[in-house]
Ligand binder design. Structure first.
Ligand SMILES: Nc1ncnc2c1ncn2[C@@H]1O[C@H](COP(=O)(O)OP(=O)(O)O)[C@@H](O)[C@H]1O
Ligand SMILES: [Mg+2]
Length: 256
């Protein structure tokens, strides 16, 4: 199976700290890749490098067969990469609908000039259809005109996922989509992911394995900036190195 996204010996140093060290990571087309690891192990930094939030210190990122190592984030979105953040990132001063339309007009190729990017090009029917469909998928259709500042944290997370979905990504990267949510809200987010995952390739970070173990096809475990084990989730979870670094602090779901 070809890789949709692939890194080669990717590293990121922050002022001497190696947040990501020589990571070669790939997600095959149509698959769901899980990334777990203790806090500070480099999971978010890896996704930041994949999505282009900052450049790597060393190594490269290849997306859809093209070297995108120096490609800015908005260009990667245009190429079909969307992501959500560990801390929800939507504009509180706008309504849910405005957040969706704004992001679509900002990122989609058909956007017009910066001057009328806000609502003028929202006349574009595809954009409106994509926004409406995404709003319904995440169950926020009745809250379209609610100011985002009045949405619950769970709804904001849904909105952020809705924005990513409305961009019709080929690759969706979710950084701890369950962080800060109640068990009920986690169930809702999982339902949405299961419903839509056939439409794209998915990378998902979680702090705990139990929520995502049934969702993922492959599992990579990070520790101190490196991928210490990867492959079939059941086998990875039973790997002695993984158990040593991870369990004890986390739940042990090795069932082999
Ligand atoms: N923008 C940044 N500037 C400086 N240090 C950072 C930055 N982002 C992450 N780090 C550091 O890199 C390490 C890995 O962080 P992170 O990727 O957020 O880990 P995780 O997502 O696994 O919890 C941590 O030590 C963190 O403090
Ligand atoms: Mg993180």
């Amino acid at each position: 199976m070809p890789a949709l996204i692939e890194t080669d010996s990717l590293s990121k140093h922050f002022d001497g700290l190696a947040a990501v060290q020589r990571v070669s990571f790939r997600i095959e087309e149509g698959r769901v890749a899980g990334v777990i690891g203790p806090n500070g192990s480099g999971k978010t930094t890896l996704f930041n490098l994949l999505s282009g939030l900052f450049p790597p210190t060393e190594g490269k990122v290849v997306f859809r067969g093209k070297d995108v190592t120096r490609t800015p984030p908005h260009k990667r979105v245009e190429m079909g990469m969307a992501r959500t953040f560990q801390l929800v990132s939507v504009f509180d001063s706008l309504t849910a609908w405005e957040n969706l339309v704004l992001s679509n007009n900002k990122f989609k190729k058909e956007r017009q000039s910066v001057k009328n990017f806000f609502f003028a090009s929202a006349q574009n029917k595809t954009t409106l259809d994509d926004c409406l469909e995404a709003l319904e998928t995440v169950g926020l259709q009745n809250k379209a005109s609610t100011p985002t500042s009045e949405l619950s944290y769970g709804d904001k997370r849904m909105l952020e996922i809705g924005i990513a979905l409305s961009l019709k990504p080929t690759l969706l990267l979710l950084d701890e989509p369950f962080a800060g949510l109640s068990d009920h809200e986690i169930g809702e987010v999982l339902d949405i992911i299961y419903r839509v995952k056939k439409n794209f390739t998915l990378g998902i970070i979680d702090h705990k394995i139990s929520k995502i173990v049934d969702l993922i096809d492959t599992l990579s475990v990070m520790n101190y900036g490196q991928i210490i084990c990867e492959g079939d989730p059941d086998q990875v979870l039973c790997d002695p190195t993984v158990r040593e670094c991870y369990w004890g602090k986390e739940e042990n779901t090795c069932s082999m």
